[in-house]
Design a binder for this molecule. Sequence first.
Ligand SMILES: [Zn+2]
Length: 329
Amino acid sequence: MTSDLVPGWYIMLYHDVSWEESPFIRYIGGTCPPDVFRDHVQACEGLGELVSIRDGMEKLKRGDIASPLFSFWFDDGFVGVRKYAAPILAERGSTGATSICSRFTNRSEMFWRCKLSYLQSSDAGRHLRARLRKYGYSRSELVREFVIDRFGGEVLSVINTLYDETTSRSVQEDAFRIFDTPDGLIELHKRGWVIANHSAAHYPISEKHVHDMLMDQFEECERFIQSLIGTESNYWVTPFAQNIEPSAISASQKHRDEKNIVLVGNRVNVCTSFESTRTLYRIDAPANDRNQLAQVLFAASQQSQLIWGHRRRHRSRRQAGIAVTPKAA
Ligand SMILES: [Zn+2]
């Protein structure tokens, strides 16, 4: 099937796929209803070929991508991925990747953004804003932006304390059911899904001085994944798509060749880009919109032409023959 999309690997990013949206998610957003997800998968199938993450990676490394390939990736480890998205992909013989935060999966720490969402959906929102004022929050700012900018022990402690004060133990325990369980992830792994490392607790790391904490967070999650499926994750998905250099990982991990950094860049993965960056880019899927998908895909396709078009002209002839076919008119 021909299309006007540039040849490359299009990795679509979702979070939860579910009919429900709990107060723990309501203020974060991004839940994709299963029927919309099914339409997206069908649309992608009409524009190219569905591939598993492993097959996409093989083709990318071999320089063997001559048409649009599509894969599906899910961040944060929600249970809806196994419950709703996996069967839809399985109908087409495909699988995806799920990026987990180990503390959400093992129920030791609730996602701080979910706590924020819950507080904001209840009367506690105003208490939260009042307590954050001490750390520089002003009324004109959005709480979620302020919290990401100023993230650290103090801000986290404000959220945790208020959450503990305003929710009962049973509510706190029940809240974890939005995330998949260790057994659920083992099941997905057995079915051929990729279990990716999304750090221990999804802390945003924006300053250099907390860089070490980011590595600790990835290593903690790595140990968890190892204990779960008996093998390390090859994919490190940064929280909030914050860029970390593969060299930073090699310093700490010493096996750079096996780690791939996974970001959201709304662009297509082409062989030449991956060779130089060892970074996979995903495309933020319009989670609750059937009609915007094509638009988003074409924008990513165009963006990649702008970024990689120049380099493409300088590739070796061997790669040119394998990796890229002329765009359909
Ligand atoms: Zn995330």
